[in-house]
Design a protein around this ligand. Structure first.
Ligand code: CA
Length: 221
């Protein structure tokens, strides 16, 4: 997805940009309402992630203008926990959904998928790899048509490896994608997810490239 992120908090903006990019999105990050409006006019976007407390022009005003000009772009609003009225007004003004800070990167990603799916009025596309079928919306995997129980982190690691098309992903890259700017991670967490995935899906699916990282090989076409 091509995402416009309007967020003035540097740490959150950086974290979200890095995290969403690592999940395969294209992210343009702007830090005030005027810059957001300019980008909305000039770029072809799939979704706007909009912080309501923006300098120059606040998020609700940006949203109001956007909807007045009848732009049918999905909007996910970021709000602080104590700003219930803003949230309600945002939804009334045509936001599709909102998340409350602090939030989890995976939650944001799931909301993005849900709103773009609703907009497009279709079921989420499935990702197929060999005898596996991944359903990103439900975070479910079937192997030879049988459902395999994965934790949501295990699912995301698997989807990341498969959708990177044979690229080798370092442990650090996977770690940062999963946790973004979030709190510290157990140092062996990724190894544990990989170990579980191998146990559940077969030991040959994910290859370890010693000293570099992990990969799911590209299928010969
Ligand atoms: Ca803000």
């Amino acid at each position: 997805m091509h995402i416009l992120l309007a967020e003035d908090d540097l740490q959150m903006g950086e974290g979200l940009t890095l995290g969403l990019k690592s999940l395969g999105h294209t992210v343009d990050w702007v830090q005030d309402g005027i810059a957001a409006e300019l980008a909305l006019k000039t770029e072809s976007l799939d979704v706007l992630i909009l912080d309501l407390g923006l300098p120059q022009k606040d998020g609700l005003s940006v949203l109001k203008e956007l909807r007045k000009s009848k732009v049918d772009l999905p909007v996910l609003v970021l709000t602080a926990r104590d700003r219930v009225e803003d949230r309600i007004e945002g939804l009334d003004l045509g936001a599709d959904d909102y998340v409350v800070k602090p939030f989890d990167l995976l939650e944001v990603n799931a909301r993005l998928r849900a709103i773009s799916r609703r907009r497009e009025g279709r079921a989420a596309p499935l990702i197929e790899y060999a005898n596996l079928v991944l359903n990103p919306a439900a975070r479910e995997v079937t192997q030879d048509n049988l459902l395999v129980e994965l934790s949501s982190y295990e699912y995301v690691v698997l989807e990341m490896l498969i959708t990177h098309n044979g690229r080798i992903l370092s442990r650090k890259f996977i770690e940062e994608s999963l946790y973004g700017w979030d709190e510290g991670v157990e140092s062996n967490a990724i190894e544990v997810y990989i170990h579980h995935l191998r146990k559940k899906l077969g030991k040959n699916l994910i290859r370890t490239v010693r000293g570099v990282g992990y990969t799911v090989p590209k299928l010969a076409s």
